[in-house]
Structures are given as structure tokens and as C-alpha cells.
Ligand binder design. Sequence first.
Ligand SMILES: Nc1ncnc2c1ncn2[C@@H]1O[C@H](COP(=O)(O)OP(=O)(O)OP(=O)(O)O)[C@@H](O)[C@H]1O
Ligand SMILES: [Mg+2]
Length: 398
Amino acid sequence: MFVRHLTVGDFRSYPSAELPLEPGITTFVGLNGQGKTNLVEAIGYLASLSSHRVSSDAPLVRFGAGQAIIRGAVVRDGRESMVEIEINPGRANRARLNKSALTRTRDVLGQVRTVLFAPEDLALVKGDPSERRGFLDDLLVARQPRWAGARGDYDRILKQRNALLKSAAPVLRGRGKQRRPVEGSDTVSERESALHTLEVWNTQLAQVAAPLLYARLRLLRDLAPLLGKAYDEVSAGQSDARVAYRSSLREAMAARIADGEVPELDELHAELLETFAEVRAQEIERGVTLVGPHRDDVVLTLGELPAKGYASHGESWSFALGLKLAAYHLLRHDLGDDPVLILDDVFAELDAGRRERLAAMVADCEQVLITAAVEADVPPELRGRTYAVTLGEVTARE
Ligand SMILES: Nc1ncnc2c1ncn2[C@@H]1O[C@H](COP(=O)(O)OP(=O)(O)OP(=O)(O)O)[C@@H](O)[C@H]1O
Ligand SMILES: [Mg+2]
């Protein structure tokens, strides 16, 4: 697919902008802070309903304005559709597809698909586990948008279970007597009822946790060989990039999963329930859920060493790039259609060899959008169509 036209209104630094685009490679050049990333961020938002730079929507709306509009005309298999998002910080966002309002904003997911690589992605390698979990879950949603709902369900149930663990902890720990006596109840029945409620939440959480875990494991199994290949290509075979899932389940199961095995859904479901039972005392003590996809991680290895803490800056950057390129190839293969590839400020961080090899790798993608502050950093064969971005003015060059 490709974006044929982008319109933004009160988005970031732009009061308004109209940007015609074509398939193939387009490069945005301009000095720092001129609005290059803002443009590609808008396209990324159409695809994921989130920004790669900020977790809340407020900074996306031009300072002083009440709402932002992003509109994209996207062409897939020769058919064009119009996707529009209205960003209303503090209120519900709205989405339109071909001018018709959608009931839920997230129903627009899947209309635009992008893979965006930006400096923030260095956190995939250097950052907390939540970065890597987020990468997997975002990719699940890009592959199958229904995961957006499932992920929301998981977060909601987890929150409720944590709230129970926190509020009922004294009762569950058997210190009911220290609490204010509850009218008409004794501590034994209070305790029984809290334990029963915990059981109910265990069942509910396992029901959403097992499919999410299963989906992540299958995704990682599909992604691993593509990552190996992408890293190999970028680095000219310097070392082996590998990924392994680190699960919060009990040791024996975690070891199988770390080895790349994908257990059946039923088995994961049963294992989750058994692990909940095993860590119950600890969970009650600490008042949080200690088991489940929200506690897991993806371990990245380069050669014999963990990437986090060991890899050089360029290697970490290449690893993160490898993950994104692998995601690109996975989506391309799955959907039989190329997502839009966005490379925000990628080239400045790579050595000459890596730049050239990356250029060769993206040459056949349907649409590639590149931003760079220094034009000379972008290999000449990728400079095709160039826009100069100066103080929010976008002008075609050549
Ligand atoms: N909500 C907003 N309202 C107004 N201006 C904003 C808003 N958010 C960001 N900006 C401005 O947009 C500019 C940043 O734009 P952008 O990140 O696209 O720059 P860039 O061209 O990618 O620069 P660099 O080369 O440094 O990456 C900054 O000057 C910032 O002040
Ligand atoms: Mg930028």
C-alpha cells in the first residue's frame, strides 16, 4: 500500500499542511526542529492510533488549538480509501473511513499499515521490558487488529485483580481482626469471600492471558528467523541476532518457552492457573499480580552476549532496526501487501557499509518515507524525490 495524500490540521507544529505522496522513496530533509518527524508521525498515527514519541495525545495537537485532524488517502491494490482521525485530548477521538463515522475509533486499525523506525526505538534494546512487550503487542495488532480489543481486556482485568489484591490483602493474609469489623460478617467469611473473588479473577485473567501469551509466542517464532536475516544483512554477517521469550510462568515451562517451544493454548492456560496458585502468598504479600504477559520480556542476544548492556551503540541501533525490518517482512508476507516503511533519522547513526546495505534492502519496498537533517547521510540512490521542510513549510525540490 501507499499513502497518496496526507492532510493535517493543527497537528504538532502544522496549522495545516497538504502533502501529495507517491509510491517509491520520498525523502524529507531540513534542519532540526523544522517539522520532518511531525509529518511521518501523523502517518504512523493513522496506522496505530498512537505516536511513536509520546504516550498521551495532548502534545500532538498544535499548541493553543483544541483538536488535531489527520487525513490520509491510501491506495491498496489500486483501490483508494480515505482515513480520517480527529484527535481530541481529554475526550474520545473519532475516526472516519471514506467519510463515514466509525462507531469505535479502533475500527479504523488495519486500514493503514506502517512500520516506523525512529531514534526512540533504541529503547527496544536498551530500555525496560515494557518496550519489548509493547513492540510484540503492537505488531500483533498490526497483523490482526482484533488484538487491540484483547489487549484492552487484559489490561482491564489485570487492573481489577491488582485492586483486589491490594484492598483485600489484610483479609487474605488473615489479619482481618486488625481491620474495622464489617457489620454482620466475621473474619472467616470475609476471608472466604475474598479468596473466592481472587479465584474468580484468576479464571478471568487466565482466560485472556493465555491467548495473548500464545499469540506472542507464535509471533516471536515467526519473527525470529526474519530478525536473524535482517540483522545479518544490515551488519554483513558480523554476528547472530537472536530473540527468546522470557516468561513469568514456573521454571520448567519458562525453560521450554525460552528454548523457542510454543506450547498449546490449553497447556498455557492450565499453567497460568497453577502458577497463580503457587505464587498466591507472594502476590497477597505484595498486592500485585506477579505472573502473566505483563511481567514477561524478550531477551535479545547478539552472538554470545545479551544485547542490553553489552552491544555497542551502532550494534544496538542495528538490532532495533533489524527488529523493525523483520516486522516489515512479516507483515508483507502475511498480508500480501507492503506496509509503508518509515525511516525517521535512521541513517545518521549507521556506518557507511550499514547505510549502503540498508539502502539496498529497502529499494524494493512499495513506499518508503525517509527523514534526515543532513541530506548527505542518506545514500544517493534513496534520495529520489525530496521535500525540503523549513519551519513547517514543505516544498518539493528538484
Ligand atoms: N503541539 C505542538 N504545537 C506546536 N509546535 C509543536 C508541537 N509539538 C511539537 N512542536 C514543534 O515541532 C517542532 C519539532 O518538529 P519535528 O520533531 O518534526 O522536527 P524535525 O524536523 O524532525 O527535527 P529533527 O531533525 O531534530 O528530528 C519543534 O520545534 C516543536 O516545538
Ligand atoms: Mg525528527
